[in-house]
Design a binder for this molecule. Structure first.
Ligand SMILES: [Cu+2]
Length: 160
């Protein structure tokens, strides 16, 4: 009986740790982030942007030569900047994942290759729920078979 209780307490404790332990790599509070994105034939600089889910993101698109655009896949938002000018795009990064951003103004021969990547980190709750779910799966089945064995043994002890 003691072992059974200890196992439950241990499982409860581990679940609590998974649910409430601070995650080192993720910052919980949403931030406001501003990026200056240089656009010229036929690339963006920087070509990779990383934010956390929930961040408010402002991209200042600066066209160095001809008219360039910026379209973000998955978010379905875009902005255009005239030659030598800048234009800004602000949005809340509510969707996690990797998204291409691309030039949506035909700007020359290599225009289709003018692409970049926006990475929106998953928020804490996504990882926590996966952690909890794995505890339920990994923890429940061995424990239940363990408890069943105990129960059978107890019954035998009573029977004989
Ligand atoms: Cu282009």
């Amino acid at each position: 009986m003691m072992k059974k209780r200890t196992a439950w307490i241990l499982l409860g404790f581990l679940s609590t740790v998974v649910a409430f332990a601070p995650l080192p790599a993720q910052s919980a509070a949403p931030q406001t982030r501003t990026f200056k994105l240089d656009a010229r034939q036929f690339a963006y600089s920087p070509s990779e942007l990383k934010v956390n889910a929930g961040d408010t993101v402002t991209i200042q698109l600066v066209s160095a030569d001809v008219v360039h655009g910026l379209y973000v896949d998955g978010y379905d938002i875009s902005v255009e900047a005239d030659p030598g000018q800048s234009a800004t795009l602000t949005f809340v990064a509510a969707r996690s994942g990797s998204f291409r951003f691309r030039c949506n103004v035909t700007c020359g021969a290599m225009h289709p290759f003018m692409i970049g990547k926006l990475t929106v980190g998953a928020n804490d709750w996504f990882y926590r729920s996966i952690g909890l779910a794995s505890f339920v799966v990994v923890g429940f089945f061995p424990l239940s078979s363990f408890l069943n064995q105990r129960k059978k043994k107890d019954e035998r002890d009573i029977a004989f």
